[in-house]
Design a protein around this ligand. Structure first.
Ligand SMILES: [Zn+2]
Ligand SMILES: [Zn+2]
Length: 333
């Protein structure tokens, strides 16, 4: 059997022909099905945006998209035009993130968006969904990418804090997802001291709390003195790590939470002293394991290092193709 003609990959997104709608389009369209709130998937300006209530809240905070918002709960099936059914299933990536299952003419297509398989206290776990065509991300699609257990990385962070009681640990983390996960994991590891936030993280952290993800006591760096912040954890966007802004902190030890921290050169580029390999994406093992478990007739690979995963499919006598979608960046690594 060949690929279904009703799902059409274009550079600006995946077009669902019978329903005349797009999944994660990079341009404004009449009707968009959005997997999650990261900027490379979610954009403003669509006529209608179909997404989970959490993703819609995140998009509204970031892009003012209240108009045309259509909430879809996990597990709920929507009947779209042209006899296409859409079901949103948890992707385990960030709060509200969904895989989208599309069913049409007896065929099942799953679009993962970004996903991971590890437990994450800030979002619902990935749900394995059998299908004919599995459209997967491949951000970390190289065998060198293995993410260690997050407890190990959080342990390193807390170890640095303990060894340097007069300093603080400044953690660079993306404002949507990574920051809240690091904070929630610190709490789970028994760290209940106030955590200090760069102003740019505040609204998203508050939104997470409003949506039922407790993060403990959060304080704004701007409201506190150097002395008060000694021995504390400070979270900021990666762009603020080497910024003048950090001069107000007490002897910061610079850390960064990202899957890219596996690559030493990336840590060096950002002057990161304490690289924390914490990713919200599947690593190589999870990517390949998930393909084996989903066992699709065909895999389509998006954003990332497609070549190694294509080769892996070849070696395992599996059909796969790389989709050349544009605009997928690593905002959310
Ligand atoms: Zn992405
Ligand atoms: Zn993402």
């Amino acid at each position: 059997m060949s690929a279904p003609h009703w799902i059409q990959p274009h550079p600006q997104g995946i077009y669902v022909a019978p329903a005349d709608c797009w999944v994660d389009p990079s341009v404004a369209v009449e009707r968009a099905l959005v997997t999650h709130g990261h900027a490379d998937h979610a954009r403003g300006g669509h006529g209608e945006t179909l997404a989970t209530p959490e993703t819609l809240a995140i998009m509204d905070l970031r892009y003012n998209t209240r108009e045309g918002a259509v909430p879809v709960a996990y597990g709920e099936t929507l009947r779209l035009a042209g006899g296409v059914d859409a079901t949103y299933l948890p992707a385990g990536h960030v709060l509200g993130s969904a895989q989208i299952l599309l069913e049409h003419a007896g065929e099942r297509v799953v679009i993962t968006g970004d996903y991971k398989r590890r437990a994450d206290p800030t979002c619902a776990p990935f749900e394995l969904t059998p299908c004919d065509i599995f459209i997967t991300e491949a951000t970390f699609g190289l065998p060198i990418f293995t993410h260690p257990p997050i407890t190990e990385e959080i342990g390193k962070l807390l170890g640095a804090l303990e060894a340097n009681p007069e300093a603080c640990v400044l953690v660079g983390a993306y404002a949507l997802g990574k920051a809240q996960r690091v904070i929630a994991e610190l709490r789970a590891a028994g760290h209940h001291d106030p955590i200090y936030l760069h102003g740019a993280m505040e609204r998203m952290c508050r939104l997470y709390e409003d949506l039922g993800v407790p993060l403990g006591e959060l304080r704004l760096v701007a409201d506190h003195t150097k002395e008060e912040m000694r021995g504390g954890v400070v979270v900021c966007p990666p762009s603020a790590l080497n910024d003048r802004w950090s001069r107000r902190l007490p002897d910061p030890i610079t850390a960064m939470a990202s899957g890219w921290m596996r690559v030493r050169q990336r840590a060096r580029q950002r002057n990161v002293e304490l690289p924390l390999v914490i990713s919200d994406h599947a690593d190589w093992h999870e990517l390949t394991q998930t393909v084996l478990e989903v066992n699709p007739r065909e895999t389509w690979i998006t954003h990332g290092r497609e070549e190694a995963l294509l080769r892996w499919h070849e070696l395992h006598q599996r059909k796969a193709r790389a989709l050349a979608l544009v605009g997928y960046e690593d905002e959310d690594d």
